[in-house]
Design a protein around this ligand. Sequence first.
Ligand SMILES: NC(=O)c1ccc[n+]([C@@H]2O[C@H](COP(=O)([O-])OP(=O)(O)OC[C@H]3O[C@@H](n4cnc5c(N)ncnc54)[C@H](OP(=O)(O)O)[C@@H]3O)[C@@H](O)[C@H]2O)c1
Length: 249
Amino acid sequence: MSNTPLRVLVTGASRGIGEEIAKQLLDAGHNVAITARTSSDLAAIVAGRPNKNLIITADVTDPNSGDEAISQILKAWGGIDVLILNAGDGSAAPIEKTSDADWEHTMAINLTAPFRYLRAAVPAMKAAKFGRVIVVASTAGLEGEANVSAYTAAKHGVVGLVRAAAAELEKYEITVNAICPSYVDTPMTERSLRAAAERTGKDFSEVKAALEAKLPGGRFLTPSEVASAAIKFIDQPKTTGRAEILKGE
Ligand SMILES: NC(=O)c1ccc[n+]([C@@H]2O[C@H](COP(=O)([O-])OP(=O)(O)OC[C@H]3O[C@@H](n4cnc5c(N)ncnc54)[C@H](OP(=O)(O)O)[C@@H]3O)[C@@H](O)[C@H]2O)c1
């Protein structure tokens, strides 16, 4: 990874994939701003790490949060080099049981928030003629699966955003890429499995084993594997508009 300390923002950095991304970047010597809604969880990520950091407590679905987070970083550090748009969420339901509220929340967190954060960061990146934007999408951004229509539509949308932004920003030396993992061993996956166990009346361990058996390699990805694959884009100036699938084979 780049030896020069970069100024990075990671959204959804308090647990799961975002936590690993933030820790790997801090351990590589970068200056990292981390966001999530729960500030105590964020404080634990930077504890004992000497790098410059910013803790930004924010709900990415708040329409102002992108502008506010980026302006806080610009004020503190004078620029932003890397934007890692990781915060996301999803729940499973058949189409006829997907409420407007579920649909709107899923779009807000997985699609609209990345757009707003990107829009806020672009002027500074264009001025610097440098930027790396990495979105944590999902295999659901490229493939269709039953009972996740809102999440699948939102992740397909964000992959479209990545491709359009890559085409538009390439001439400013700004790359925009997505990592598209299959199931990862994180609290989000645990929540989905618990909900599925409740829905079907099966044991949590039975539901988990059945899902694992269906996955390539018969296992969940680790947050660390996904973080490493996402961060690799930072050192690839010629790669843009890519939606890279990551499965546990
Ligand atoms: N887990 C998987 O199998 C999987 C597979 C493919 C892609 N992904 C994608 O990977 C990304 C991370 O997933 P994960 O599994 O690591 O999720 P996770 O374990 O649920 O962690 C989500 C992180 O985002 C934060 N967050 C949630 N809602 C937020 C909001 N409204 N505003 C700001 N921050 C918020 C959480 O902190 P707070 O709750 O404190 O805000 C937490 O730090 C998501 O985009 C997800 O769609 C996950």
